[in-house]
Design a protein around this ligand. Sequence first.
Ligand code: KG4
Ligand code: ZN
Length: 304
Amino acid sequence: MPELASRAHMENIVPVVNAAIKEAGCGLQEIDAIAFTQAPGLIGALLVGSQFAKSMALALGKPLIAVHHMQAHVLANLLQNPAPSFPFLCLTVSGGHTQIVLCSSPTQMKIIGQTIDDAAGEAFDKTAKLLGLPYPGGPLIDKYAKDGNAIYKFPEPRIEGLDFSFSGLKTAILYFLNNAGTSNVYKVDLTATAAERQKFIDENMANICASVQDRIVSILLNKIKKAVEQTGINKICIAGGVSANSGLRNGLTTLGKKLGWQTFIPPFEYCTDNAAMIAITAHYKFLENEFVDMSITPSANSAF
Ligand code: KG4
Ligand code: ZN
């Protein structure tokens, strides 16, 4: 709900900044520069952050740094020890994006593959909705999947190159549930009643979640495998909210060991949206004198 998100930002920005300064134990004048998220996102929330950052930079006489949210997700990988050296590939999987990014330096990134429809996070969240689970459903599917087995085989989309598609999977899951309890659960005849469907979900929640997660993870890992073959780069990072998924984390580690890749998986708290990733990106922009002036405006959907 964009309106509620903007209001929450207005209410929280001053207390959050004060708490951060207090916890860091530094004075305002010790700060070298003020960074903010410029794009992409909900415009109301971005406006609160950018206006606050501009005001603070002006009042303190500090330089201003604009950060792209998706670049910051990638650079969250530099917050771990050991951090990857450049160049590396990053699979960025969040609620709004699914990208394979070729990262040549902290400020040089190229998207070499991306989703043509839903993001991986949306595939998790929309499946969760079909199963009657609350938003965001990704973490809940992950939790149920731990007690289940991937016994249902959902189709893998046939998309050329390094791009992804998740909308077909969502439709396959919808038909699968709508046929639940009938002899052929994959047939598009929608014969199950609402009660049969619910009973099927209740009795098979763990196996359904494990099967959906298994397919989403295999779609992601197969494309990463292709990207390694195409680029010859075998240092692989993951980023974004879906990189908190235990199936993806385990799957990447196992595949990496098998194929001789170096894999980097950020700690949980740096996978979902966080401020440290904005700060580390700003740090590298600061080193390269990448500052912006007061005419900068936020953007809801700019690509990098
Ligand atoms: O990066 P993020 O925190 O926010 C943005 O979209 O920018 O990502 C949120 C997404 C949601 O779709 C959520 O369901 C998903 O990340 N997510 C997960 C897990 N934790 C968060 N998906 C699968 N398994 C998880 N453990
Ligand atoms: Zn994000």
